[in-house]
Design a protein around this ligand. Structure first.
Ligand SMILES: [Zn+2]
Ligand SMILES: [Zn+2]
Length: 294
């Protein structure tokens, strides 16, 4: 059995989409989509509006988010070459879904997930500003410009640690990490890009499930990609994406079924100006992740 009712990957003005949430919902309805996920990048800010917009149109809304992660596998040169790709994307995008109707999804756990997601929206410099603000509140003011001056574009905790040594707050960089800057310590603010494993853990804790978005962009062949995902606890793969031809969709679906994983389907709709339309992607119902259909 095939269906075209699902579109589980779309963007609004809450991230880099062209249209307001309401307009996205309207276009989904026009295209015959009845199960819709809004998956803005690293934010859940459109969920409330989307839930209302979907309900008024008789669409089932699935809260989603596309999390920017570090790559879980390096690109394979022979794969890039065979596909005519110059380079692979520098981050892997992990779709996370929290189907509200499902008993595994708890409200309080989803709130904890939102807290986890918050700092991911920040780039490196805003993160560093936050860490400086924490240090100031702890009685150790640091001038952000002095920290940035130590970095060659990509600022990180070691630069802040060096500055703390210079200011005499700590004796060594090691001490700065041990007492203040290490993961979970008082001046620590999470890095914007989690690993796939970290993102999977945060989503699972909230009862949601994950699917790797547009796998074509990463330059990894299907068996290696699917084994990597399976080992990391990723639940599904976005087999049906507008960038995939039928052969690739099929190969991913078969590989997912073999490994007892699900698939998802998404237009990755960003807007009409990009010559895109939502929906209209046939998918095998039985291959979808079970939380979507049960
Ligand atoms: Zn993406
Ligand atoms: Zn996307």
């Amino acid at each position: 059995m095939w269906t075209q009712r699902f579109d589980l990957h779309s963007h609004s003005t809450n991230s880099d989409g062209q249209h307001e949430v309401d307009d996205v919902a309207e276009m989904m309805e026009e295209q015959g989509v009845s199960v819709w996920a809004l998956t803005d990048h690293d934010t859940t800010s459109g969920w409330k509006q989307a839930a209302i917009a979907a309900a008024s149109r008789g669409i089932q809304f699935i809260p989603g988010v596309e999390i920017t992660c570090t790559p879980a596998h390096p690109p394979m040169p022979e794969v890039l070459k065979a596909r005519g790709q110059e380079r692979a994307s520098s981050s892997w995008h992990l779709l996370a879904y929290f189907p509200r109707h499902h008993p595994a999804v708890s409200e309080t756990a989803v709130d904890a997930f939102k807290q986890w997601l918050m700092p991911r929206q920040l780039g490196r410099e805003p993160r560093m500003r936050l860490m400086c603000a924490r240090l100031e509140a702890l009685g150790m003011p640091v001038n952000i410009d002095d920290v940035l001056a130590r970095a060659d574009g990509s600022v990180g905790r070691p630069h802040l640690a060096e500055e703390m040594v210079k200011l005499g707050y700590v004796e060594s960089k090691h001490e700065a990490f041990e007492r203040w800057l290490g993961d979970g310590l008082p001046a620590f603010v999470a890095h914007e890009k989690p690993t796939i494993a970290e993102a999977v853990e945060a989503v699972k804790a909230a009862g949601g499930f994950t699917s790797l978005a547009h796998p074509l962009y990463y330059g990894v062949d299907v068996p290696v990609l699917m084994n990597t995902l399976n080992n990391l606890g990723v639940d599904a793969v976005e087999a049906v994406h507008r960038s995939h031809d039928d052969m690739y969709r099929h190969a991913l679906m078969e590989a997912a079924v073999e490994r007892n994983m699900g698939i998802t389907v998404g237009s990755d709709f960003h807007g009409l100006d990009y010559q895109q339309r939502p929906g209209c992607m046939p998918v095998v119902i039985d291959a979808l992740h079970p939380m979507l259909t049960e």
